[in-house]
Design a protein. Structure first.
Length: 212
């Protein structure tokens, strides 16, 4: 079994210590950091994402796999930064104002990072203006808004309106998600993409960044 394959499998099993050791070994053997990232860590995380979508694994397994991915990333990050390997794209993510739920948002963030995207996490209770400021500051391609309450969903519309006001509407893709959110709601507020789960959200975001 190749070392990269080993990294992918260890990650899927959530074995952070093994992932760390295998990543270091791959580097010692002269492998490119970006190959270890793409063909080892991200490969494993994509497989977990697919399984999660098909209900073959659940939230705890995803969290453990993500932890293993971050363990490997800790070793690779300095080298990737040094060699100037850029992320596949930048995403600003947050739970909208008035909403304090973050499990769904955190899952989406992990899945997106598992696709090689750089995610700027604004946390919970994020005002519409904050999404705009962060998108402009980081030159993000995507703004991803999460809500778990019907009462806070309306904040997403304000985010869309502010992107128009600030003249960046055509530069960013607005993604929305969360339990009460639907595709119809997404269309009605003028957002771009609704996805029903974290894995689909990461897939959609990766597609946007590929074509942007």
């Amino acid at each position: 079994m190749s070392l990269l394959n080993e990294i992918s499998i260890f990650l899927q099993q959530g074995r952070a210590k093994n992932v760390k050791e295998a990543v270091q070994k791959a580097l010692d053997e002269g492998m490119e950091a970006k190959d270890i990232l793409n063909k080892g860590l991200l490969d494993g995380m994509n497989i977990i994402g697919e399984k999660f979508k098909k209900n073959q694994v659940y939230v705890p397994e995803v969290l453990i796999a993500a932890k293993a991915m971050y363990a490997g990333m800790d070793i690779l990050k300095p080298i990737l930064t040094e060699t100037g390997v850029e992320s596949a794209g930048k995403v600003v993510i947050g739970t909208v104002k008035g909403d304090l739920h973050d499990i769904g948002k955190n899952l989406v963030k992990m899945m997106m990072e598992g696709r090689g995207l750089e995610v700027i996490d604004l946390g919970i209770d994020v005002a519409p203006e904050e999404f705009i400021e962060a998108a402009k500051e980081h030159n993000a391609k995507i703004i991803a808004c999460s809500a778990l309450l019907t009462t806070t969903m309306t904040q997403m519309k304000k985010v869309v309106e502010l992107t128009i006001e600030h003249g960046i509407r055509d530069q960013v893709t607005i993604m929305v998600g969360g339990a009460p959110v639907t595709d119809n709601f997404c269309k009605s507020i003028g957002a771009d993409i609704y996805t029903p789960d974290a894995a689909s959200a990461a897939e959609a975001a990766a597609r946007v960044c590929e074509t942007a």
